[in-house]
Ligand binder design. Structure first.
Ligand code: GLC
Length: 429
């Protein structure tokens, strides 16, 4: 098996970051449980310790709010040197807050897809029955609390909900926000990682301002839709949700649970998706800013995420791949020594090779995109992504992200989801 020497190293990294009932995304900078990280981590753990993988999922679901929200961070072990600390969120102002401290926002809903994948490989019917109600309630919450315009497409209210916190997609929406009466805070991320690889200060102030708006709204979903200065229909988030709804439906069917509600969500999303996100002139999908009522015309790798959802028709697929993915000015590596896939098009003025979501390669995106490519018959391109991912990890270790020009690592070291996906990519080549 190629790259099989990564297996013991990846297992060791996941064991190192194991905090008992959850796995830290990275050893220092991220000492709590993150939502979509944990979904991927569970997949990685399932390769060598299925019971521990199921514990990971149970712990995440343990942070679910009474109204269905599964939060982006669960603080199982109380405060740490991570900011925002649990108290900063002030979630107890909401009648829906759970007993355990959590953040008050969510993250891309990958969990149902992972549960179905695990179950398809090694049947875990009892576990599926156990977590299905929580998954259904989370998806229902997303389709109601976050449907701002009845389109069936869901909104995010904070860049952190996108999972691509510092993406150039959010620059305009953020610059329209004027942080007022900012609560005092001290960010900690730059104590662990080089500041040049982290978000700029002005953006960080806006991240905090948004949380303050939510706190003052007591996390009431209707109030957030009405007041959040940041309200966006995110391509990545909606693509992941669509796919996860399909997976949830398959689980429901198997359990003999009703499927009509889920069918309704899928149908609505399908009917709105291309009309809202597709730009025929440019041959790209774009996110949509609900506050301004305009598409966000920033060309990032999220444009390819509808492939993961299986939504684009053949003509759109061809345009995405031939005009953009294979275009060296945008996404294709310029030299044989460069790596796929850069997070944003190199034509974007905000493109930066080493800053967070501005350009670096993320193993996590490569995994989703490799799946999307295979779904549409681009097996060779998918194989390139898989090999590039494994090659990056073999050379530079399990880093948070990588410079696409030379494969050097950036951000956190010993990063859990990179290690988890090394196991996945080696096993399923
Ligand atoms: C960063 C990433 C986010 C991830 C978190 C923990 O905030 O942008 O996607 O979940 O780190 O790894």
């Amino acid at each position: 098996m190629e790259f099989s020497d990564l297996i013991p190293r990846a297992q060791a990294a996941l064991r190192e970051n194991d905090a008992g009932v959850f796995t830290k995304p990275g050893p220092r900078q991220y000492p709590h449980q993150w939502n979509w990280d944990s979904a991927v981590i569970a997949l990685g753990l399932s390769h060598f310790d299925l019971p521990r993988a199921l514990t990971e999922i149970r712990s995440l679901v343990g942070g679910q709010w009474r109204d269905g929200l599964i939060p982006h961070v669960v603080y199982h072990t109380g405060p740490s040197d991570y900011f925002p600390d649990p108290d900063f969120w002030q979630i107890t102002s909401s009648p829906h807050a759970p007993a355990i401290p959590t953040s008050g926002i969510t993250q891309p809903p990958l969990l149902a897809a992972v549960v179905r994948l695990l179950h398809s490989r090694r049947p875990i019917p009892g576990f599926v029955r156990e977590v299905y109600p929580a998954l259904l309630r989370w998806h229902r919450w997303l389709h109601t609390a976050r449907d701002a315009d009845g389109s069936g497409l869901v909104c995010i209210v904070h860049p952190w909900e996108s999972g691509t916190d510092d993406s150039p997609r959010w620059l305009n929406a953020l610059s329209a926000i004027t942080p007022a009466d900012l609560p005092s805070y001290r960010r900690r991320d730059t104590t662990h990682v080089n500041a040049a690889e982290r978000p700029h200060r002005a953006d960080y102030d806006r991240f905090i301002h948004l949380i303050d708006v939510f706190r003052r709204s007591r996390y009431d979903p209707q109030a957030l839709l009405a007041r959040s200065p940041f309200l966006v229909q995110d391509l990545l988030f909606n693509s992941i949700l669509y796919r996860a709804d399909e997976d949830l439906r398959a689980l429901a069917e198997e359990l003999g649970e009703p499927t009509a509600e889920i069918d309704g969500w899928l149908e609505k999303m399908r009917a709105s998706f291309d009309a809202r996100f597709w730009d025929e002139a440019r041959g790209l999908y774009f996110d949509y800013d609900v506050r301004t009522g305009k598409p966000i015309l920033v060309n990032t790798a999220m444009t390819f995420m509808p492939l993961y959802a299986g939504l684009p028709d053949e003509a759109k697929v061809q345009r995405l791949i031939h005009e953009h993915w294979l275009n060296p000015a945008e996404y294709a590596p310029e030299r044989a020594t460069h790596f796929s896939l850069t997070t944003a098009s190199k034509t974007e003025p905000a493109w930066e090779a080493r800053r967070y979501w501005r350009g670096p390669v993320w193993i996590m995106l490569n995994w989703l995109l490799a799946d999307g490519l295979r779904r549409h018959g681009f097996d060779t391109l998918a194989e390139t992504l898989r090999r590039d991912s494994l090659e990056l990890m073999a050379r530079s270790g399990f880093r948070e992200y990588y410079d696409p020009r030379d494969g050097s690592g950036c951000g956190s070291t010993d990063f859990s989801w990179s290690a988890a996906l090394a196991l996945e990519f080696v096993a399923y080549g």
